[in-house]
Design a protein around this ligand. Sequence first.
Ligand code: ADP
Ligand code: MG
Length: 250
Amino acid sequence: MAGLEIRDVTVRYGVPTGSTRGRGSTGVTAVDQVSLAVAPGEVVALLGPSGCGKSSLLRAVAGLEPLSGGQVLYDGEDLAGVPVHKRRFGLMFQEGQLFPHRDVRRNVAYGLETQDLSRAERDARVSALLDLVGLAGYEGRSVPTLSGGEQQRVALARALAPRPRLLLLDEPLSALDRQLRERLAGEVRAALVETGTTAVFVTHDHAEAAAVADRVGVMDRGRLLQVAAPDELRAAPASDRVAEFLGLHG
Ligand code: ADP
Ligand code: MG
């Protein structure tokens, strides 16, 4: 199958691997047998309250967290033996990922360092990426002079620079105020769609999930409760719990 396939993935913490004790299941099951497929070019949001296992699942997909069960596949290949840096996945987090002493150009260019480009090609690509995220002409700006929203746009441009086959975004807008967050969610979606980037976007905000994603997966206590297009979810939530997370209850 093309794209990302998450099969029955379980992530547990606090259970030493190879432990002979632990029959009484000490530790936390952060992700509990989650299955999800993301088609090429599709954007899926994972929505759920703090502590429900969103980051753990994302980290497991990235290869940053060992699986306690299940499989992660990309284009049909099981990634069990493939280290983080060889997965060709991009990562973007809430904040603090830019190099404060590099200007915007050199921050975005960092994402291109593994590619064999001439300086002119690199500069052209940086400018095109800045254009894509609405920051045309920002090349020479220093990071501390940027607003929070501008910094996240630069981080997005940098994450997209190497053309990752999958981009994993963990609450990338959560440090921003609500108004800005809603506008940026739409712009992030536009940038992902325009570049044809396959993506998984984690958030605890249902409006943001609906603005950014083709489909939204609702998570609760490590389980994936329902996955559907935002309209379908609102029209037919599978349970009261899902309805609650969508803000459909008082
Ligand atoms: P979310 O991103 O949805 O807020 P997390 O994946 O961060 O959820 O956490 C899911 C559960 O796993 C929580 O109970 C959290 O306390 C626990 N957890 C997360 N990371 C660790 C860790 N490194 N060690 C132990 N427990 C963890
Ligand atoms: Mg998290």
